[in-house]
Design a binder for this molecule. Structure first.
Ligand SMILES: C[S@@+](CC[C@H](N)C(=O)[O-])C[C@H]1O[C@@H](n2cnc3c(N)ncnc32)[C@H](O)[C@@H]1O
Length: 264
């Protein structure tokens, strides 16, 4: 096992993968239905030809820079595990900040996750705060199909709606991780080649959708927006101009201003 993993790690490092050993262990673990701890315990075992063949097939996908989450078909997010495929953006750890904002809301609040994708924010929040009334909106029918499949498998009661940013319902809070990458920004190959462009690019400066949402959200008491590492000041200004009485910046674990929170 160890020799196979060492060889695979070298191949993945050469292909430019950032965490080659981890990726190799996750792929072999998938083939063997074994945890990474189990792989270490069985380090001396020699996998048979069927296992080796299936592992090579997954490895080839990763060498082509397909993200691990798409190959495995899942991504853990807060306390839940989401099914993901190329119809949706892979939920990122920094987006968990939006869920944290949601956990502080008053009992029974009506919350909408705008640009829900796989349903990550809405479903993770419903899992932690079952009393909240959660909706998830996306303009993309394929993404909504993934979100609904996740809700049904996780048995979480979230209302998913297809709309351009907002539907006609009233909300107490908006949580949104909309596309915010500026046009022309160079993305890593894993992202560029595999993740949906419509989930990433937010126009010339990345803020087209954020601007439109802020303009339409004037009646909502709280709005929390995930932003790019250099966009917090511009979004704070947008929120102030839209009538927010207080605006706050929240930092992610890497220290970036990742979420901007406006209250009225
Ligand atoms: C950055 S992804 C975020 C997905 C998910 N919330 C997450 O954090 O993993 C942005 C999502 O916004 C959706 N989106 C883009 N434009 C939209 C619009 N005008 N109205 C609603 N959703 C939109 C995309 O389809 C995509 O699913």
């Amino acid at each position: 096992m160890d020799e196979l993993l060492a060889r695979a790690s070298r191949t993945l490092r050469t292909a430019g993968c950032e965490s080659p050993r981890l990726d190799a262990e996750l792929l072999l673990g998938t083939v063997l239905r074994a945890t990474r701890a189990r792989l270490r315990l069985d380090a001396a075992a020699v996998p048979d030809a069927t296992v080796a063949g299936r592992f090579e097939a997954l490895l080839a996908r990763r060498v082509a820079r397909e993200p691990i989450a798409y190959i495995l078909g899942r991504r853990d997010f807060r306390r839940i595990s989401l099914a993901v495929d190329r119809r949706v953006l892979i939920p990122r750890p920094e987006t968990e900040l939006l869920v944290e904002v949601g956990t502080e809301l008053a009992a029974g609040a009506r919350v909408v996750d705008v640009g829900t994708g796989s349903g990550a924010v809405a479903l993770a929040l419903k899992d932690e705060r079952p009393d909240l009334r959660l909706s998830g909106i996306d303009c993309d029918a394929d993404a909504l199909a993934v979100a609904r499949e996740n809700a049904s498998r996780l048995r979480l009661d979230v209302r998913f709606v297809q709309a351009d940013l907002l539907d006609g319902a009233s909300y107490d809070a908006i949580l949104a991780n909309l596309p915010y990458v500026a046009h022309g920004y160079e993305l890593p190959p894993d992202v560029e080649r595999y993740e949906p462009r419509s989930a990433l690019i937010g126009g010339e400066d990345g803020l087209d959708l954020v601007r439109r949402l802020v303009a339409r959200a004037r009646g909502v008491p709280l709005i929390a927006l995930e932003v790019g590492f250099d966009q917090a000041s511009a979004v704070c200004e947008l929120l102030r101009r839209s009538g927010c009485s207080s605006v706050e910046r929240l930092h992610d674990l890497a220290g970036y201003e990742r979420v901007v929170l406006g209250r009225r």
